[in-house]
Design a binder for this molecule. Structure first.
Ligand code: X90
Length: 280
């Protein structure tokens, strides 16, 4: 009868100590194989297989049933979904909510559309866990979460938009800019929760400088920052070093992406979630 956080697997969290948490997996499909993005997935192995495979690959969001099962009898459910601008995940969660409330009339379920994913989604999940531990009420937590989401941002550097393009999730124009060796697309999540390219950078160092500029412009002043990398720990470490040089008080954590983010952000990619203080 407790309080529970559920997120789709794009938050890259498998378990949380001291918190009732479930990640509902998305699935990546290629060459007749279903890669379910859960704790059993060998992410590196999947990336190797994808690299060697020239055919089409796809993804699928979690089913309504998956979401519903994850709510698991809880009295208060905080369901965190990746952007409705790119995925059916949020919609499935909303349908699950309806059904859950029918079966459990006394329960409360809030579904958040992050209009983002990856490390920005993870920031929210981690905050929700803190607020639950502090014993805040459902309504207070929901209000705080909405406000928090309006102040967090997602930035990224991607070496390829191949998988975005083949799944029709980015405009042809944006996709055309990539695939050129050495070019990185620096971008952000748009207000509609879609991929918004900001700069084209030749080489990792220029991407790093560009990211720092965009983060500063967005109002990052040294709060929490999460760096999610796809097989590119050196770049994440360089970014952390550069961020700490400019914002010595910042709290920066690094971790490797799980399946869904690895598939879309592709090898070499870096995703940044950060707390900002946007000017009014
Ligand atoms: O099949 C599905 O429903 C999943 C579709 C997911 C599409 C987007 C995944 C993004 C993963 C890349 C970050 C850069 C862009 C973020 C824009 C919001 C990570």
């Amino acid at each position: 009868m407790g309080k529970k956080i559920v997120s789709d697997s794009s938050c890259d969290i498998l378990a949380m100590e001291g918190t009732d948490f479930t990640a509902v997996p998305l699935t990546i499909m290629a060459d007749g194989v279903d890669y379910v993005d859960d704790g059993a997935l060998d992410v590196h192995g999947m990336l190797e297989k994808l690299r060697a495979y020239n055919g089409r690959s796809y993804t699928a969001c979690p089913s309504v049933e998956r979401w519903l099962n994850s709510f698991d009898g809880a009295q208060e459910v905080y369901a965190v979904a990746m952007t409705s601008g790119l995925s059916g995940t949020w919609n499935a969660a909303m349908v699950a909510r309806e059904e859950y409330l029918k079966e459990n009339p006394g329960a409360k379920v809030q579904v958040f559309d992050t209009l983002s994913t990856g490390p920005e989604q993870r920031l929210l999940v981690e905050r929700l866990a803190e607020w639950i531990k502090q014993g805040l009420s459902f309504d207070v937590i929901c209000a705080k979460a909405k406000e928090y989401l309006s102040k967090t941002r997602l930035f990224f550097s991607l070496e390829s938009l191949h998988n975005f393009a083949q799944n029709g999730r980015v405009s042809k124009l944006a996709a055309a800019a990539t695939g050129i060796l050495g070019i990185r697309i620096v971008g952000t999540a748009s207000e509609a929760g879609t991929l918004q390219p900001l700069s084209k950078c030749r080489g990792e160092h220029r991407a790093l400088v560009s990211l720092l500029e965009w983060i500063e412009k967005a109002g990052f002043r040294g709060g929490h920052m999460l760096l999610c990398h796809i097989e590119n720990l050196p770049f994440a470490e360089k970014m952390r070093e550069a961020v700490l040089k400019r914002y010595p008080m910042a709290q920066v954590s690094i971790y490797p992406a799980r399946g869904l983010c690895s598939y879309y952000a592709e090898c070499g990619g870096l995703l940044i979630g950060c707390e900002c203080e946007p000017e009014l």
